[in-house]
Design a protein around this ligand. Structure first.
Ligand code: ZN
Length: 245
C-alpha cells in the first residue's frame, strides 16, 4: 500500500468504516510509515476533540412519544378511511386556494395595498386629517381636496361612529378614507371614483376582512378586524343609506 492509498483510507479506518481486509492493510502500513501514523493520530485527536467539545442536546421531554404517535398516524390502517378522506379534502381545498391566489395576482396586490393602508393609518398616528363625527364637517372637508363628493355618513345610532376622514392614495389614485369606530376597533372605508360596476367581493388577509364593491360611480373598499357579521352590517348601512343624508 502506498502513502497515497493509505492517506485516502485513514479517515474511514479511524471511523471503523473499512472492511476487514482494507483495515488490516492500513494497519500494516501505519506500523511501517511514521508519516501516515502521524496523520492517523491527528485525525483521531480531531475526532476526539469534536466529540468532547461540541455541545450536545437532550431531546425535549415527550419527543419520542410524539414521533411514535406521528408515525402511527401515517401508518393508519385502512379502516381509518374518513381521516384520509378529510386529508384529501383539505389538500384539495389548499390546492384550490393556491390556484385562486395565483390566478389573480393583480387583485391580491390590490387587497394587500388596502390592508397596508389600513395598518399604516393605525400605526402612523395619522388616522384622520379631519377628526369629527359630524358628517356635515367631514363631507365638506374633502371638497377641494378630492375631485368627487365623498358620502360621509355617521351611523353612531347603529354602533358605527364616524371618527373622521383623511386623504390617502390607493393604486396610485387619491382616495378618501372615512374612519369608523366600533368599540375598540377601527374600520377604514376607502372611497374613490369607479369606472366600472363591480359586485361585492370579500377577502381576508393577515387577520383583516376586506370587502369591495361599487355603487353610484364610486368604489368602496372596507377593511377592518371586526367580525364578519359586523362589517356586513356596516356594508348594508352604507349600501342602503340614503345618499342625500
Ligand atoms: Zn505512508
Amino acid at each position: 500500500m502506498t502513502c497515497n492509498e493509505a492517506s485516502r483510507l485513514i479517515g474511514p479506518f479511524v471511523d471503523d468504516e473499512l472492511d476487514v481486509r482494507s483495515a488490516v492493510d492500513v494497519e500494516g502500513h501505519l506500523a511501517r510509515c511514521a508519516a501516515c501514523a502521524q496523520e492517523k493520530s491527528e485525525i483521531t485527536a480531531l475526532r476526539d476533540t469534536v466529540r468532547e467539545r461540541l455541545p450536545r442536546f437532550d431531546p425535549p421531554d415527550g419527543l419520542e412519544d410524539r414521533l411514535f404517535r406521528a408515525t402511527r398516524v401515517v401508518a393508519l390502517p385502512k379502516r381509518r378511511i374518513p381521516w384520509r378522506g378529510a386529508a384529501l379534502v383539505a389538500a384539495a381545498a389548499c390546492a384550490t386556494l393556491v390556484a385562486a391566489s395565483t390566478l389573480h395576482p393583480a387583485r391580491d396586490a390590490a387587497v394587500e395595498e388596502i390592508v397596508d393602508a389600513h395598518v399604516r393609518s393605525l400605526q402612523a398616528q395619522h388616522l384622520t386629517d379631519v377628526a369629527s363625527s359630524d358628517q356635515h364637517t367631514v363631507k365638506p372637508w374633502f371638497q377641494g381636496r378630492i375631485d368627487f363628493a365623498v358620502p360621509a355618513r355617521d351611523f353612531a345610532d347603529r354602533g358605527f361612529v364616524l371618527a373622521g376622514g383623511r386623504l390617502d392614495v390607493l393604486s396610485g389614485h387619491p382616495a378618501a378614507a372615512l374612519v369608523y369606530r366600533r368599540r375598540q376597533h377601527v374600520l377604514n372605508l376607502f372611497v374613490a371614483p369607479a369606472s366600472t360596476d363591480e359586485p361585492r367581493r370579500d377577502f381576508s388577509l393577515r387577520g383583516y376582512r376586506i370587502a369591495t364593491w361599487t355603487q353610484d360611480g364610486l368604489r368602496y373598499r372596507l377593511v377592518s378586524d371586526v367580525p364578519a357579521s359586523e362589517s356586513d352590517e356596516l356594508i348594508s348601512l352604507l349600501r342602503g343609506a340614503d345618499s342625500s343624508r
